[in-house]
Design a protein around this ligand. Structure first.
Ligand code: SAH
Length: 349
């Protein structure tokens, strides 16, 4: 038997064609879709309303490549990181972050990452491949079950802040989000989904047109091109003017504010020049700024700035009426925090 596709790689038109070719009725498409996307079954034999004949046919032609949990790590702050093995043995990580009001799922979009942010451990991994839409979806389905089990409630928020650059796999990300929103399935509201990107202008324009109604977070980290290129070298190909242009377009189409993610690094972007540059950029497209704590990744050139510098940034931005928050890191002790996902079988740096 040759290579069998996951049945979820077929869209409903392709599935319909398959059924018709095999002398089965079209309405089977809806039944199968209900089992795989809404109920998330891992085996055709569990599809109780279809005949044995059809089950055998599905089995012969397709697979359901469900991921396997290899290991989980629990942080002292309640965060749980999962190491997940895909059908081809590649590993990814996904994180469950509980708090009083919410349970956030942080999911991956690629195996590894092709970007080169100097402060991010994931960038040291090579990008092996993009995740299929069902692999993105499966992380959420799995984390949702875990959330119900451990925290007695469903996931409330989804962030694409795991491994990879979601906009370099945007077709699968978009498909997965559409499946996450299915009313009879996971039933997620787009408002609770945040795509985090390092800033790929062309794709920002594409997804603006997709009418997903999701939130967009942009990993800015510096509003000065030269500094940005030093810490995120790939950004040389995507100058800030282009990025901002694409964000203007995003806002025009979606009317949804941008969230800028910003780490203030000691001695790199913690001076007044960088503060003023950030203020200037924030005035172009309606936005909020989220200062994020730098999570150590064993890289000596990067350090979190002094508290006074953070305060200074906050004071200047607030004076200008720019909404800003500071996000405390979660799951650092188990290397589950932003930038720390690297399939490392150890705890702490
Ligand atoms: N590729 C996407 C999503 C993954 S990273 C992106 O770049 O947005 C999610 C967030 O974590 C990004 O804002 C990223 O810049 C940030 N990050 C990366 N390394 C970090 C580190 N060591 N400490 C804190 N945040 C980090």
């Amino acid at each position: 038997m040759g290579y069998k596709k996951d049945i979820r790689q077929l869209n409903s038109g392709q599935l319909e064609e398959f059924f018709i070719n095999k002398n089965h009725k079209k309405y089977r498409v809806n039944q199968i879709s209900d089992w795989v996307w809404n109920k998330g079954v891992d085996n055709f034999s569990k599809m109780s309303n279809i005949s044995d004949d059809l089950k055998r046919l599905l089995d012969k032609n397709f697979v359901l490549n469900k991921p396997i949990e290899i290991k989980s790590y629990k942080s002292i702050d309640g965060t749980i990181k999962y190491s997940i093995q895909l059908h081809d043995k590649n590993l990814i990580e996904a994180v469950l972050i509980p708090s009083n009001k919410r349970v956030t799922a942080c999911i991956s979009s690629q195996v590894g990452c092709s970007l080169d942010c100097k402060f991010c451990a994931t960038s040291r991994l090579i990008r092996k491949r993009n995740l299929f839409c069902y692999e993105i979806f499966d992380q959420l389905f799995f984390l949702n079950e875990q959330s119900k089990f451990y925290f007695g409630r469903k996931i409330s928020n989804i962030v694409f802040m795991g491994m990879g650059e979601p906009l370099l796999n945007y077709k699968n990300v978009v498909k997965a989000i559409k499946k996450m929103k299915l009313k009879r399935g996971l039933n997620f509201s787009s408002k609770k989904i945040t795509i985090s990107t390092s800033g790929i202008p062309k794709v920002i324009r594409f997804i603006a047109n997709e009418d997903l109604k999701c939130n967009l977070a942009v990993s800015l980290h510096s509003a000065i091109q030269k500094t940005r290129e030093t810490i995120m070298p790939f950004s040389e190909q995507f100058p800030l003017e282009d990025l901002i242009d694409s964000l203007k377009y995003w806002y025009k189409i979606t009317k949804n504010k941008i969230l800028y993610e910003y780490i203030i690094f000691d001695g790199i972007n913690d001076d007044i020049e960088h503060i003023n540059a950030l203020i200037k950029i924030c005035k172009i497209v309606p936005c909020k700024v989220n200062f994020i704590e730098y999570n150590p990744i064993g890289e000596v050139n990067f350090k979190q700035c002094k508290v006074e510098k953070l305060k200074l940034y906050q004071k200047y931005l607030t004076n200008e009426g720019i909404v800003n928050t500071f996000r405390i890191s979660r799951g650092r002790d188990i290397n589950a925090a932003c930038g720390q996902l690297i399939n490392l079988n150890k705890v702490g740096w």
